[in-house]
Write a protein of this length. Structure first.
Length: 442
């Protein structure tokens, strides 16, 4: 248990520690868990807390949430580190929990980085969790399915905490500037753009955001009692050029346009540069991956069907491991898109079909391709004359599947680029076969 000395004060604590939320009302983010009516909030408010695992990236409030739970349920709170503790320490803590139980006091044992415990250490908790001596709250940045013993995991509810959004972090930073526990007793001038730049740099981590703000304020210029945080100060604090990247402004769209058009122009070098500009400015890699995935079908399509696979794989890598590791996966995808043969035939096909669909929304589905699950539908000729292609010799039929007013309309017009040349040949063969068989029936 930590004790303060006679001469210590809260002002000596880091900003993140001073501003640690004390109630659910002060807690930032995780609305899917602690918003009004959500499951974790209901459990806390009804004092029905059981053992649980908080799984999420650093700085999203796992420890803070555990402390709030302890305060809300009026339980003894023991903060336990998997990094510095072993079996001996576990037994000592369990003995204390047993004593608390005899006196009618609940004990919440919070284990940070629980994935660092080995099997024997994790097993040491089991009997105490089973008989209710402790409520175990574990925190981990790793997938508990792989890192927590099955026996222990089966006795815990897993809650997934999400990285904080830029808006969450901007609100938190603004609160830090205004709150008396933060810099509320100082006159601090800091622009909304700089607050957003710090939030973007923090990449969902509240602790990083607050630590960066603290460094920027303490190193800001002071004049007549006013501390002014400048762009230059922030750039120095984050050890990189701060582009003050506005993810909803013009520069955001300029950069993604530059990336898209560089790939379309088959300029791999330029594409990698614009990718780096976006990532190093703090852009969400998921956003870039989503746009690259769109590009794979819009600008390449069936000229190289593998492009979509590469793009989706990069998207998944960004989702699973995040920055900075996923930068190389995005680079691979961007270079592949740049060098792949180009075709916008799929994009043009959909846009053309969309125009007809929007203007002819009431066009009926031809009876021949309607489903007929009831007797009445069959009597109304639903599905009459339908030909099941798999039963036919050529696996083709001459049925007309478009509405009568659109019969003969062509939307997909393949190019000769890359693999799409083969699709063009196949499409022409199919159309020729159908035309010949329709003529035979006339």
């Amino acid at each position: 248990m930590e004790q303060q000395t006679l001469f210590s004060s809260d002002r000596d604590l880091p900003l993140a520690a001073r501003l640690r939320p004390r109630t659910l009302r002060e807690f930032v983010g995780q609305k899917h868990l602690i918003g009004e009516g959500k499951i974790l909030r209901r459990l806390i408010e009804s004092d029905s807390i059981g053992s649980m695992i908080f799984w999420g990236p650093p700085g999203v409030g796992k420890t803070t949430l555990a402390r709030i739970i302890a305060n809300s349920t009026k339980a003894a709170f023991i903060d336990f580190s998997a990094v510095t503790s072993g079996i001996k320490e576990i037994k000592t803590v369990m003995e204390q929990a047993e004593k608390n139980k005899r006196f009618g006091e609940k004990t919440i044992l919070f284990v940070d980085e629980i994935h660092r415990f080995n099997k024997a250490q994790q097993d040491a908790f089991l009997p105490y969790v089973e008989k209710g001596s402790i409520v175990l709250i574990g925190a981990t940045t790793e997938n508990p399915s792989f890192e927590v013993n099955g026996a222990l995991l089966s006795r815990c509810k897993v809650f997934v905490l999400q990285a904080l959004t830029t808006d969450d972090l901007v609100g938190l930073l603004r609160h830090a500037v205004e709150d008396e526990r933060g810099f509320g007793d100082m006159k601090v001038e800091i622009s909304d753009e700089i607050l957003e730049a710090i939030a973007v740099f923090a990449n969902g981590d509240a602790r990083t955001a607050l630590s960066t703000l603290e460094m920027a304020v303490l190193n800001s210029d002071e004049k007549d009692g006013v501390f002014t945080v400048s762009n230059e100060t922030v750039e120095q604090c984050i050890s990189r050029k701060s582009l003050l990247y506005d993810k909803s402004g013009e520069e955001h769209y300029n950069l993604i346009s530059a990336l898209h058009k560089s790939m379309r122009n088959s300029d791999a070098d330029a594409a990698v540069y614009w990718l780096a500009r976006m990532l190093e400015s703090g852009e969400d890699p998921i956003y870039i991956a989503r746009r690259v995935t769109r590009f794979a079908s819009e600008d390449i399509g069936l000229a190289d069907p593998r492009a979509l696979e590469i793009a989706v794989a990069a998207f998944q890598a960004c989702h699973l491991i995040g920055m900075p590791e996923c930068s190389v996966h995005l680079t691979e995808a961007v270079v592949y898109m740049s060098l792949a043969p180009k075709s916008n035939a799929l994009y043009m096909a959909y846009e053309s079909a969309k125009r007809d669909a929007v203007t002819m929304l009431a066009e009926p589905v031809p009876l021949v391709i309607r489903n007929a699950p009831t007797k009445l539908m069959k009597e109304l000729d639903y599905g009459k004359g339908y030909q099941y292609a798999h039963d036919l010799e050529d696996k083709l039929s001459d049925m007309v599947c478009l509405p009568e007013s659109l019969a003969g309309r062509e939307y997909y017009r393949p190019t000769e680029e890359g693999v799409e040349g083969k699709f063009k040949t196949r499409l022409n063969d199919i159309k020729q076969w159908k035309e010949e068989h329709r003529k035979k029936k006339k």
